[in-house]
Design a protein around this ligand. Structure first.
Ligand code: MBD
Ligand code: FE
Length: 300
């Protein structure tokens, strides 16, 4: 069975391109790559041509996610797995593949109606080392683990878990049972999925308005969490969840709002994915909620 290997790229729609350039460069520390197209620019985190395409759009939400497979053979197998499951997919044109800077790709929607792409062969620009827009102590951890993780809207979590495990080949299940008014039986049971050494690349099971609640990115130096936290505070960027450690990935992280009104989680020191499932009833420490309105008003 073919399996996706990493969360390879994202396309996001933003109403204010300039605010995003400033935010992504000066607050987050990514590299901004503008190739003069006018309606988009790119964000780099490593040698990949880009990891995020920022499109001008009134949506202020995730536009598409790109899941990587190892190569052409795996992409063929993935097409068969989708067909066998009854999931429709379309072959991307050569122009669409070039636009994404990949060798080949297909397009589909996941059970939550989230536009999804499966690709192989990203463009790797070894001649252009990652250069953050502001100083960093270390670098983003993406090698073999993709961009990071994201929380997606999934109105039907059982359908989503079946799709991402049985069709895309990820592993995971419920990892928390959290008291939450409004959840079925008053208990939220979010699910977390991995496809490589990263503890989770995808999670769902939280009530959400946008397609995406947050994108987590990880750094390999604790000082970058501290420095980014300082910059977030100095720029009055809203902090939705304060510094703390999750029970599942055990990463030291905090969450701040971006100009589109969804969140970035920024952390250091995550453990690797576990071989066997386990669940938790609260977080390890910290992570107190602060700014509200980001769909993360949940005590962990
Ligand atoms: C996470 O990364 C997360 O975002 C939440 C809400 C819970 C556990 C791990
Ligand atoms: Fe997270």
């Amino acid at each position: 069975m073919a399996e996706v290997t990493e969360l390879g790229y994202l396309g996001i729609g933003v109403s204010d391109l300039n605010a995003w350039k400033k935010f992504a460069g000066e607050v987050v520390g990514m590299q901004v790559l503008d190739e003069g197209e006018g309606d988009r620019f790119y964000l780099r985190m490593d040698y990949h041509h880009h990891r995020i395409t920022v499109h001008q759009s009134p949506e202020d939400d995730l536009l598409y996610s790109g899941w990587r497979v190892a190569g052409p053979q795996e992409l063929d197998e993935m097409k068969q797995q989708l067909t066998d499951h009854g999931t429709e997919w379309t072959q991307a044109t050569a122009a669409e593949c070039q636009e994404r800077r990949v060798l080949d790709m297909i397009k589909l929607v996941d059970p939550g109606d989230n536009p999804t792409e499966i690709f192989h062969g990203p463009q790797i620009d070894t001649h252009s080392p990652f250069h953050p827009e502001r100083p960093m102590h270390g670098k983003f951890t993406t090698e073999g683990e993709g961009i990071g993780h994201m929380i997606l809207r999934q109105p039907n979590p059982p359908a989503a878990i079946e799709f991402y495990t049985k069709v895309l080949g990820m592993r995971g299940t419920v990892e928390y049972k959290l008291p939450m008014p409004g959840a079925p039986d008053g208990v939220a049971q979010p699910m977390f999925l991995h496809c490589n050494g990263r503890d989770h690349s995808l999670a769902f099971g939280f009530p959400m308005e946008k397609r995406i609640n947050h994108l987590m990115i990880e750094v390999d130096n604790l000082n970058d969490v501290g420095n980014t936290h300082d910059i977030v505070r100095q720029t009055n960027t809203p902090v939705a969840i304060q510094l703390g450690a999750h029970a599942n990935d055990q990463m030291f992280s905090f969450y701040f709002g971006n100009p589109s009104g969804w969140l970035f989680e920024y952390g250091f020191g995550a453990r690797k994915s576990t071989y066997q499932s386990e669940y938790y009833v609260r977080d390890t420490y910290g992570h107190q909620p602060e700014a509200t309105g980001f769909g993360m008003d949940i005590e962990m």
